[in-house]
Design a protein around this ligand. Sequence first.
Ligand code: SF4
Length: 90
Amino acid sequence: MSKRNLCKGCVESVMVTEEVIQELVRETEEDLSVIVSDEIYSERLKICESCPSLQYGTTCAHSGCIVRYRAKFKNKSCPFTGKPKWEKVG
Ligand code: SF4
């Protein structure tokens, strides 16, 4: 299983530790060509933090993804049905 696909369906529990999240985020930075700029990342996370679909402060109710991980990737968008709150880049 690729760690790039980690989400609540792939980890033992939806409740993930800060340590696990930090490790996932660090791993995204191994390939800078696939991740967004720090500015875009911050903007995306601000949107998630004010979104009612954010669960446990970490996880999107629509995708099951840890938002601090998903928001790193250029090819990911917010999965909110019909009106993504942030878009793919490039
Ligand atoms: S990814 Fe979209 S729907 Fe999910 S928490 Fe963030 S803003 Fe909300």
